[in-house]
Design a protein around this ligand. Sequence first.
Ligand code: IPE
Ligand code: IPE
Ligand code: MG
Length: 250
Amino acid sequence: MSDPATSIESQARVIEVAGPRHVAIIMDGNGRWAKARGLPRAAGHREGVEALRRVVEACRELGVEHLTVFSFSTENWRRPPSEISALFDLLRLYVARDLARLRQEGVRIRIIGSREGLEPDLLRIIDECVTTTGHNTAFNLNIAFNYGGRAEIVEAVRAAARAVSRGEIAPDAIDESFLSACLWTRDLPDPDLLIRTSGEQRISNFLLWGCAYTEIVFMEERWPDFDRGCMERALDVFRSRQRRFGGVGA
Ligand code: IPE
Ligand code: IPE
Ligand code: MG
């Protein structure tokens, strides 16, 4: 068996040279972008979809394997119903406009989050994205939709408890890898880089488990203004970091 400390160090060295394999983004600032222009918040969300298209393209060209974007949080239900339905309509529109092209280009789409509270047509759209792109391998676009990091951990703990009650695992045998395998994000590598736009500096309940050792880059640009240049800057900052994973580094 390989020494875990050595393999984590060599993994860190590879990532430093190669750039991040998995980039996660908290796409924030749509509302402020719109307000600054005297537009309704929904206009900021619409413009945010354009930024998403640019960034998916940039990540593919820059050699990122996984892009995970936060598009609706379990706490975003606190927003006015009209804004919630505008956000849901955008997912519908994005899938209607982009799914066929993304599928053809080899993009695998995963939609990560709770199904609770979502309308049946949205659930059908989510299932369609996942099943029709499931065999693709060129790039992974993971959309965190109705996602909350704590909700994800609660669901994982429930799944583990059910496995215990069926006698499939002893409580003391539950370890990090077992619990990881119960998460919604179970097939994803941990994010290497987390970007949050719009100057806010918090996690807002995104990928709590997976971000244990993720490098975080906060950027001032509001999400609708985010482009390839911003992504390249974030990758440069990432490459300048030294990841130590609790060790002492090189
Ligand atoms: C991010 O933009 C999009 C979602 C949360 C869905 P916001 O809507 O949070 O924009 P601000 O933070 O109010 O500017
Ligand atoms: C986080 O942004 C959620 C998404 C980007 C989908 P919020 O704008 O909802 O986060 P807070 O409320 O400012 O922390
Ligand atoms: Mg916000």
